[in-house]
Design a protein. Structure first.
Length: 460
C-alpha cells in the first residue's frame, strides 16, 4: 500500500500502510504501562509496529516501533533504500517553508490541569527511576533570534505538571534554554507526539543552530508542513500531530536524574538534568500516545543512525569530492561506528575522512573506509573488505584522548581512544589483484533466464 503523504501529516497513514502489509500488531489485551508495555515493544522491536489498544488506567491507546529499519524509512520518504541519504541531503539544500493553519487536528481538545497524568507514559527499565516520554519532539524558538528548532530529548515524569528534561550541554535546545535563563526567563517550548514520521526524521537531522528542521520536513513530505500556534505561547507546532504538550524549560533549576538507559543498551548516570513545567495540552479527538522504545532497540538506533550518516556525508563532501554513501551501523548502536565509501580513493583520503568524521560528531568512535564497490550498509561486505584489503600494521589508526560524547560507554574525563580502519585496496598489495572470482556476465544472464522459466513453471 502506498502512503498518501500529501493528505496526512500524522502517523496515521503510515500505520494504515503497515497494517496493509501485515506489519502492524494490534494488541487488545490490557497492558500495564509499568514495564509491560516496554517488554511488548522490546519483543517486537525489529519486526512489528505495535498498537496497544488498552493501557491499564488510561483511555488513550499507545503505539510504537515505526521506523525500525531502512526499508520503513524509505517507505516513509517514498524512495528506494539507496536514495534515503540523498533525499535527506536534498531536504537541507531545498527546504520548504511551513504553512500556518488555524484548524489544527492536534488542537481538537484542550486541557490545563495535571496534563502529564492524562498520558500513558511507560516505565521502561528496571533501574530507571521513573516513567519517560521517549518520543517527544521538542519544538522551541531561539530567544535571541526567534529562529525555530526541532529536536528530541527525554522527559522523566516527576508530577502531573513537572518533568526532568535530559539534554546534552551542546544540544541546540540546551543552548537556547540557557540563553533564556540568562535573560531571567524560562524557555517556552512544546512536546509533540505523533507527527508524520518524515517530520520526526527531520527533527533528528544534524543542522546548524538557527536552521529550522520544519523547513527540511516540508521537503521530505513534498509539501509545506502545516503548523499551528500553541495556545499558550508563540511556538509553532505540526498541526496534524496526535498530542501537543505546552510548557517551559527552566535551565537554572537542575535536578538529579539517576540511572537512565542509553543507545548502547546499558545504563548511564549523567547527574543532573533541568526542570520542565507544563501548563497546557491539546490533543486530537481520538489521540494516540507514541512511544519509542529506548536503549538498544531498532527504532531508537535508526533514528540516530540515518540522520547522523547524512550529516557526515554532507561534511565529508565539502572536502572529499569522491565520497560515496556513508553508513552509521547498527553494530555501533547507530551512533559509534561509521563506514565511509570513497570511489577510487587517493593516497591520504582515508585518514582525512576519519579525521573529518571524528571532528564533526563527537559520538563517532570507530571509522572504516571502504572502496566504491563495497556497500557500507552491508556489515558482511565491510568485514570482508577489512579481512582482505587491510594490513593491520599499516591501515589501523589508533588515536588516544579524543573528545567523546558523555554517552560513550568507555569515556573517562571526557575523552576516549578512537580507531580508524583503512579497508581500501592499495596498489601493489596483491600481484593477482582484487577482482572477484565469478563466472562471466553472459553466463549469469543465461542462467537468470533459466531460473525465471523455472519459477514461472513452478507457480502454475
Amino acid at each position: 500500500m502506498e502512503i498518501d503523504r500529501a493528505s496526512d501529516q500524522s502517523c496515521r497513514s503510515f500505520l494504515q500502510a503497515l497494517d496493509a502489509r501485515g506489519e502492524l500488531l494490534v494488541i487488545d489485551d490490557e497492558i500495564d504501562p509499568v514495564f509491560d508495555l516496554s517488554a511488548l515493544l522490546s519483543l517486537t522491536h525489529d519486526c512489528f509496529a505495535v498498537k496497544a489498544s488498552c493501557i491499564k488506567g488510561y483511555q488513550m491507546p499507545a503505539f510504537g516501533n515505526l521506523l525500525l529499519d531502512r526499508d520503513r524509512i524509505a517507505m516513509v520518504l517514498g524512495v528506494k533504500c539507496t536514495e534515503i541519504q540523498a533525499t535527506l541531503l536534498d531536504s537541507v539544500k531545498k527546504p520548504i517553508v511551513p504553512q500556518r493553519v488555524t484548524d489544527a487536528p492536534a488542537q481538537a481538545f484542550s486541557f490545563s490541569d495535571g496534563v502529564l497524568a492524562r498520558l500513558p507514559v511507560p516505565t521502561f527499565f528496571e533501574k530507571e527511576t521513573g516513567p519517560y516520554i521517549s518520543a517527544g519532539m521538542m519544538i522551541a524558538k531561539d530567544p535571541e533570534t526567534g529562529l525555530g528548532n526541532a529536536s528530541y530529548a527525554r522527559l522523566k515524569i516527576l508530577s502531573p505538571t513537572e518533568a526532568l528534561i535530559g539534554i546534552a550541554p551542546n544540544h541546540h535546545l540546551a543552548i537556547m534554554a540557557r540563553k533564556a535563563a540568562a535573560m531571567g526567563e524560562p524557555l517556552p517550548f512544546a512536546v509533540v507526539l505523533g507527527a508524520h514520521p518524515a517530520i520526526q526524521l527531520a527533527a533528528c537531522l544534524y543542522l546548524d543552530l538557527g536552521d529550522d528542521e520544519m523547513h527540511c520536513a516540508g521537503a521530505l513530505l513534498g509539501e509545506p508542513v502545516r503548523i499551528a500556534k500553541c495556545q499558550t505561547s508563540d511556538v509553532m507546532v505540526p498541526a496534524d500531530a496526535e498530542i501537543i504538550i505546552e510548557g517551559f524549560i527552566h535551565a537554572d533549576r537542575p535536578i538529579h536524574e539517576g540511572l537512565v538507559s542509553e543507545y548502547h543498551g546499558m545504563y548511564e548516570d549523567y547527574g543532573v538534568g533541568v526542570l520542565a513545567t507544563f501548563n497546557h495540552m491539546t490533543t486530537r479527538s481520538d489521540a494516540m500516545f507514541q512511544v519509542i522504545e529506548p536503549g538498544h532497540h531498532a527504532e531508537h538506533i535508526y533514528l540516530g543512525a540515518i540522520p547522523i550518516a547524512a550529516g557526515l556525508r554532507l561534511q565529508l563532501a565539502r572536502f572529499i569530492l569522491n565520497v560515496g554513501e556513508v553508513a552509521v551501523t547498527t553494530a555501533g548502536s547507530g551512533r559509534n561506528n561509521v563506514v565511509v565509501q570513497i570511489h577510487d580513493p587517493r593516497p591520504g583520503q582515508a585518514r582525512r575522512a576519519m579525521a573529518i568524521c571524528w571532528g564533526a560528531v563527537s559520538i563517532v568512535k570507530n571509522v572504516t573506509i571502504v572502496d566504491g564497490d563495497v556497500d557500507p550498509w552491508n556489515t558482511e561486505a565491510v568485514e570482508l573488505a577489512k579481512a582482505t584489503r587491510m594490513r593491520a600494521d599499516r591501515d589501523i589508526l589508533i588515536i588516544a584522548d579524543m573528545p567523546a560524547d558523555r554517552s560513550e560507554p568507555q569515556e573517562a574525563s571526557g575523552v576516549v581512544a578512537k580507531v580508524g580502519y583503512d579497508a581500501t585496496c592499495h596498489a601493489g598489495d596483491r600481484k593477482e589483484g582484487f577482482g572477484k572470482a565469478l563466472p562471466p556476465p553472459d553466463s549469469y544472464d543465461r542462467m537468470r533466464a533459466v531460473l525465471a522459466r523455472h519459477n514461472a513453471h513452478t507457480k502454475r
